[in-house]
Ligand binder design. Structure first.
Ligand code: ZN
Length: 235
């Protein structure tokens, strides 16, 4: 069932392992079939090396296993909560990548200091609140999803396809599992650059709004023109 979705989720998880964003098995990517309301996700604690496409677990939007002989990732309720709240999202990735996690642990959002950030994220990368004791004691992963959704009140999840969970790490998303992983890579690079910029100048102001807007809008939305001409190699 849903062989194509499982294949794309499997591949994105292998690419995550190869990306250098994760150590051991601390990361996961999922994808959703919107028509059926079924999420495909990495099995819990399985090493990336021997993982096969058939090992990918299918769960419904209540988190119940629909198909698969392994337990789904323990973060599954967080992924499901994101899919339920953000209907355009087709893939979610989670990795404790070093620099993005540093910001999450320091409980700081990532300010936009440059065009690398502005190309991908429309504004600072948001930070959730910290979970309270009762939310940690019961349904921890579900509540992690809930504080992400809570933080996005009034924000467009496709214009800001990443969040930092306070004291934990980032979740990223996109229209597909591959896109969610790509966002995780760009987020890590963005966090690394921001960390360096803040070290060089602790009082550095964010990039001028007009430059932020220019860079975001040329890649996203109706006026986007980035990447249409072959000779545009970079920037
Ligand atoms: Zn985690």
């Amino acid at each position: 069932m849903l062989a194509e979705l499982k294949e794309s989720v499997w591949k994105a998880n292998l690419d995550l392992a190869r990306s250098g964003l994760v150590v051991l098995t601390f990361g996961n990517v999922s994808g959703i079939d919107r028509r059926r309301g079924i999420v495909a996700i990495k099995p819990s604690g399985v090493p990336y090396d021997g993982m096969k496409a058939e090992d990918i677990v299918l769960v419904d939007l209540e988190g119940g296993v629909v198909e698969g002989w392994l337990s789904p990732s323990s973060d599954t309720p967080t992924h499901v909560e994101i899919y339920k709240a953000f209907p355009e999202v087709g893939g979610v990735a989670h990795a404790h990548s070093t620099y993005a996690t540093m910001f999450a642990q320091a409980r700081r959002e990532i300010p936009c200091f440059g065009t690398t950030h502005a190309d991908q994220f429309h504004g600072p990368v948001p930070l959730t609140r910290i979970l309270v004791e009762a939310e940690v004691a019961e349904a921890y992963e579900l509540n992690t999803g809930r504080i992400i959704v809570e933080r996005f009140a009034g924000l467009d999840p496709l214009e800001l396809p990443a969040v930092l969970v306070a004291g934990h790490g980032p979740f990223t998303w996109g229209r597909t599992p591959a896109e969610a992983l790509e966002t995780a890579l760009v987020l890590e690079q963005t966090a690394h650059l921001a960390f360096g910029a803040m070290a060089l100048d602790p009082r550095l102001p964010p990039l001028d709004a007009c430059i932020q807007e220019k860079h975001f809008r040329r890649k996203h939305g109706p006026g986007a023109y980035y990447g249409q001409k072959k000779e545009d190699g970079h920037d």
